[in-house]
Design a protein around this ligand. Structure first.
Ligand SMILES: *Cc1c(COP(=O)(O)O)cnc(C)c1O
Length: 391
């Protein structure tokens, strides 16, 4: 039997993130005819609004899927079996995208990292320069590696591709960065940007996105992977009139329209600086506690989440259990190589100063309860920072 827990559960994992009431209410609209005029208006607002969120003038398609489906669509719409692809092992999500590419018969050059750094633009340039006969067909990068709290520098990687004067497609996973961290599909000449609903967009899971460049569209008309559900052409043809080839997630699209409205009411730049501020406050707390941040490169700190290493011999999962049992707060677990070694604080989406301070207070009290040796005062350091940036 479950008993009522007073107050709101703190969902501080780095996605799915907290869904604000405005979005929940929007989703609670009666389902309408997805081939009728009312739907068409909503669909139009959403498809045009998403372009502003991705910062593109080209098409953005929406699939009923988690991020994984949107990854799949990016690969099979643009590449051919046996194509060479350059990928980087920045963490768990990059590793999953890599395994998917291998299953599709792509030949992946998977550049290792120690999971504490992002993609090194110099390596991108070197690898592409070595590839004189242009065998590499795409460079695939995870923008914000949600398993490590490391954000790769997409603009610099774009410049590296240009310096090598290489024609490879550039694909970027923005699944956990979109709507939280600055991102510019068009300006950075990204060919396919992969996104989904349940992280920076403050939505429940269920929608996956591909923003598509002209170059990627041309590749999709010539490539040979068999596909039906994930086919861009069918989708784009229906989207021309703001409809879909099969039944869309009508109610989630009501929610997405509200999410776009909310992000634009606050202003994207303000949304990004709010995330930067929360991330800095969190790092100040972590340093005060005497714990170590997994990300080693200051210019790659994630504003979406902070992954924190446990002191030697201490289980991150046991610690997370202390947090959940005592304070009804969920923190992110360590994934893959860093399982049980790190815990992750999500500070993305629908979050304000006091929800962040509540989150950090839950961590600090649990360090005490869990007998994790630390220095008190992390929350105070975060409060000082948040207050000083209000002045
Ligand atoms: C969450 C996430 C994914 C996986 O998305 P699903 O919705 O779980 O399929 C992929 N990449 C990144 C960077 C993510 O954060």
């Amino acid at each position: 039997m479950t008993t009522y827990k007073a107050g709101r559960h703190f969902l501080q994992i780095p996605g799915p993130s907290n869904v604000p009431d405005r979005i929940l209410h929007a989703i609670g609209h009666p389902t309408i005819d997805h081939r009728g005029p009312e739907f068409r208006e909503i669909s139009k607002e959403v498809l045009l609004g998403l372009k502003r969120i991705f910062k593109t003038s080209g098409p953005v398609v929406i699939f009923p899927t988690s991020g994984t489906g949107a990854w799949e669509a990016s690969l099979i719409n643009t590449l051919n079996p046996g194509d060479k692809v350059l990928m980087f092992e920045t963490g768990h999500f990059a590793t999953l995208w890599h395994s998917m590419a291998k299953k599709f018969g792509l030949e992946v050059d998977f550049v290792p990292t120690n999971w504490r750094h992002g993609v090194d633009p110099q390596i991108v340039e070197d690898k592409l320069r070595e590839d004189n006969d242009h065998q590499i067909k795409s460079v695939n990068v995870v923008h914000n590696e949600t398993s490590t709290g490391v954000t790769s520098r997409i603009a610099e990687i774009r410049n590296a591709i240009d310096r090598a004067n290489h024609p490879a497609l550039f694909m970027v996973d923005t699944i956990s960065s979109l709507g939280s961290v600055d991102y510019r599909h068009k300006e950075w000449q990204v060919d396919v940007t992969v996104g989904c609903s349940q992280k920076g967009l403050m939505m429940p899971p269920g929608l996956g996105f591909n923003a598509i460049s002209e170059k990627a569209l041309a590749a999709s008309k010539a490539n040979s992977f068999k596909r039906h559900f994930w086919d861009w052409q069918d989708m784009l043809k229906a989207n021309d009139n703001f409809f879909y080839p099969s039944t869309p997630c009508t109610n989630l699209l009501f929610g997405l329209r509200e999410a776009i409205n909310m992000l634009e009411e606050e202003g994207l730049d303000q949304v990004f600086s709010r995330h930067d501020r929360f991330a800095e406050a969190t790092r100040r707390a972590v340093r005060t506690w005497g714990l170590e941040i997994l990300c080693e490169n200051l210019s790659e700190y994630s504003s979406v989440l902070t992954a924190i290493m446990m002191p030697d011999g201490k289980s991150a999962d046991a610690f997370r259990k202390v947090v959940l049992d005592n304070f009804d707060m969920s923190l992110g677990n360590g994934l893959g190589k860093v399982a049980d070694r790190v815990f992750r604080i999500g500070h993305l989406g629908d979050l304000n100063d006091l929800s962040l301070i509540g989150t950090l207070a839950g961590v600090e009290m649990s360090l005490e309860l869990g007998d994790i040796s630390h220095t008190r005062g992390g929350v105070a350091a975060a409060m000082d920072y948040l207050a000083s940036t209000k002045k």
